[in-house]
Design a binder for this molecule. Structure first.
Ligand SMILES: Cc1ncc(COP(=O)(O)O)c(C=O)c1O
Ligand SMILES: N[C@@H](CCCC[NH3+])C(=O)O
Length: 453
């Protein structure tokens, strides 16, 4: 459903959306309930329990298509690899493959998920700054499409594994381009002082290229950089491209047959009104334009452009439903409302001071009347999901919908305080499908073993 359709649906019912912005197929039904994918979220909460992650399947697909359309309108050769770390499950891997994406995995567990989902191994790229011997063995024997090599030790290990299995492995070299992305310090990765990639300033990247050049089992197809996450403009990407073209040229001079420049993910999304990311289309056009400029100026063929969006695909499509429980009012200080989840399913406030918007799913048309701190149920004060949420007066049992929680929420969920992980449903055309089942208390102790016997 388009944005116009969403707005008109709200208009037709005479119900105005609250301040929180509705995205994708979200609409407010005549009874004032929030609907996603044609499903009444209060029913979803009743049927599947809370906390519950609800993904708008059409919005996931539409966002991926926006990336494809943006590239296709430029005519540039490209590849979109969804970064599975944002949200990885069997169904999600299948969806991104159906939508013509490759898949980036960052661990043996993500690779196992993708292969269990039935993905063609050739679609998969493996990332990581400390891939284990077991992970490299698994990647090579599975015949995955490419390994993004991060450091010298990995280079040697991968060479040994590939030679032992008599395989030639396509690799990209990850470099740290020395670019500071304008984002939270913890999720900025392109700067020189970073644990990721070969340093470019000190000649490590060039040395890595020389070593690959003499390797019979590794075939370097390109360079990779990922400068950070939740980035709002293209300045950092274009700066990275401008810095990498020299290295790319030197690689060609060494005799390597590179054909790919991968500039990673990082495209920011709107969590609150404070966030104003450039549209995907504009970012892709600027990136392609810069690639064409800098490569043709040097008389080089423009490489295939690879991007690795995670958050921008999964984030806006996800909503978390919680049931509201207790409240604590401290007049003149702060009002708290507690939910049946918290930092266990959304650690992003605790980690980055992240901000979110929310609304009451069962009273979605009501205007906010006050400021509430939405706290979780864990045993620490930092267990907050939204510091100052504008909400109507909430009551015990109301359903809170926290918006744009599709990326780095379920994937970073923990069992802290032995809380089971929530279920995940995909919704579309009035139907809900459980794609990750809710854990039970029995699941929480499943890996435990008794002291004796
Ligand atoms: C190498 C790499 N590629 C892609 C991504 C995805 O980034 P984002 O979710 O911000 O698009 C990340 C995470 O930041 C990453 O580390
Ligand atoms: N987990 C982070 C992003 C890390 C990006 C992965 N390289 C977040 O929630 O924003």
């Amino acid at each position: 459903m388009t944005r116009e359709r969403v707005e008109s649906a709200a208009y037709e019912t005479g119900v105005q959306p609250p301040a929180a912005r509705l995205t994708g197929t979200m609409e407010i039904g005549p009874e004032g309930h929030l609907y996603i994918g044609g499903c009444d979220t209060t029913r979803l909460a009743a049927t599947y329990g809370t906390p519950l992650f609800v993904y708008d399947e059409l919005l996931l697909r539409q966002t991926i298509r926006r990336f494809h359309n943006a590239f296709q309108s430029t005519g540039a050769p490209y590849r979109v690899a969804y970064a599975g770390k944002a949200f990885c499950s069997i169904a999600m891997c299948q969806l991104v493959a159906e939508e013509g994406c490759n898949l980036d995995v960052v661990s043996g567990g993500e690779l196992y998920t993708a292969l269990t989902a039935g993905l063609d191994p050739a679609l998969i790229h493996l990332h990581g700054n400390n891939k284990t011997a077991e992970e490299l063995e698994y990647a090579v024997t599975s015949g995955i499409g490419a390994v993004i090599v991060d450091n010298f030790i990995e280079l040697e290990m991968l060479q040994e594994v590939a030679a032992r299995h008599q395989r030639t492995v396509d690799i990209l070299l990850r470099v740290a381009p020395g670019v500071e992305a304008h984002t939270h310090e913890y999720i900025s990765t392109g700067q020189q002082d970073s644990k990721f990639g070969f340093d470019m300033e000190l000649g490590q990247a060039e040395e890595a290229l020389r070593r690959v050049q003499s390797s019979a089992s590794l075939h370097c197809i390109g360079l990779h950089a990922h400068i950070g996450s939740q980035i709002f403009d293209t300045q950092g990407f274009t700066a990275a491209i401008t810095r990498m073209v020299g290295l790319y040229e030197r690689a060609l001079a060494l005799g390597l047959s590179l054909s790919v420049l991968n500039i990673g993910g990082g495209y920011g999304i709107r969590y609150t009104d404070e966030d104003d990311p450039e549209p995907i289309e504009r970012q892709i056009h600027e990136i392609v334009g810069t690639m064409r400029d800098v490569f043709t100026t040097r008389g080089l063929a423009v490489p295939e452009i690879w991007v690795e969006p995670g958050r921008s695909i999964a984030g806006p499509a996800g909503t978390t439903l919680y049931r509201i429980g207790t409240q604590k009012r401290i007049p003149g200080v702060r009002n708290y409302v507690a939910i049946d989840g918290g930092m266990t399913d959304n650690p992003r406030y605790a980690l980055y001071g992240a901000k979110y918007e929310a609304l009451l799913a069962n009273r979605a048309a009501e205007e906010p009347s006050g400021v509430w701190t939405v706290a979780g149920k864990c045993c620490e004060s930092g267990d907050v999901v939204i510091r100052d949420a504008m909400l109507p007066e909430a009551a015990y049992g109301d359903i809170l919908a926290v918006l744009s929680t599709g990326a780095y929420n379920y994937s970073m969920a923990s069992h802290y305080n032995r809380l089971p992980k929530p279920a995940v449903v995909f919704v579309r055309d009035g139907e809900a499908r459980v794609v990750v089942a809710r854990e039970t208390w029995a699941d929480v102790v499943r890996m435990d073993r008794p002291l004796r016997g």
